[in-house]
Design a protein around this ligand. Sequence first.
Ligand code: IPM
Ligand code: MG
Length: 362
Amino acid sequence: MKKNILVIPGDGIGPEVTTWGKAVLEKIAEVYGHDFSFQEALMGHVAIEATGNPLPDETLQKAQQSDAILFGAVGHAKYDNDPSAKVRPEQGLLKIRKELGLYANLRPILLFDELLDASSIKPSILKGTDILFFRELTGDVYFGEKKRSKDGHTASDLMVYQRYEIERIAHKAFEAAMTRSKRLCSVDKANVLESSRLWRETVQQVSKNYPEVETEHMFIDNAAMQLIKDPKRFDVVLTANLFGDILTDEASQIAGSMGMLASASIGDGTGFFEPIHGSAHDIAGKDLANPLASILSVALMLDISFGLKEESKLIIDVVNQVLAEGFRTNDIADGSTSPYKVLGTQDMGKLILKFIDQHSLS
Ligand code: IPM
Ligand code: MG
């Protein structure tokens, strides 16, 4: 299979982890005889430094022409503490999501049994959890009108949804539910917010097309609580942009670490694959970042964008094997007395490549 992949490393630990996501793609191409070619582009703080623009036109053009995108992270502490900054790294990410029509963000909470102890939640509560989040990605307060009064003392962000935006992601989530355990929980705040009432009404209507799916509606505050009280009660979770942002960070703790979770953003065109973690400048350049989320993002790319199920599964199996053999990066090796073999970013990446080779020979 011939594919053209755009790599956008971004900021902080982005380049370190993406190096290994790309290396895994190259290894898979070698082992299975695919022809993957790569281009690179700037986004975020690095793009602001180089061009003044967090999403240069050239990056967007390359993105539109590619078959899939592997992205690292954006952000920089200098903007976090400067609310007055007009140009921000995150604007690049939000703009590319909008421009590419990436309205559905899939965040699977893939729980490796080997990591049950890495979570702060009891293993007995976690075991067997398998959740697939569908977070709406191009609407909500993220993209509604933003205002600041002339005197600077009043600010607002419009939380806005249109019916078609809810319908299209709801269909995607229900279709996924049909291939899984046929349970879907839609999360909103319909007891307070009008946009949530439209959300609930629309999801109720869409659900009529999927009579086999058991549909439940839950308020966001309750969902946040249930998620750590009894994560197994969830299967497909469908939610709006802001609620999904918050819930999936919470859910990452079920998987043990943010460093383990991959995501796929899809819509009308090119798919966009990224770890759910951020740029983590505090550990950038120290060989401490966990490359597994980027590597698992590649597994999602192979499956969702290219339909290469066997290749995708091989990557997940290899991650499992690495964990089963006791290898950990710092974020998933709890405490100094842990029995694990703790590796840096590079050694973890190399080990994954080695195990892929071994699997392909066996
Ligand atoms: C995410 C991130 C982004 C978001 C930021 C970096 C803009 O937190 O992908 O979850 O809020 O969507
Ligand atoms: Mg987030």
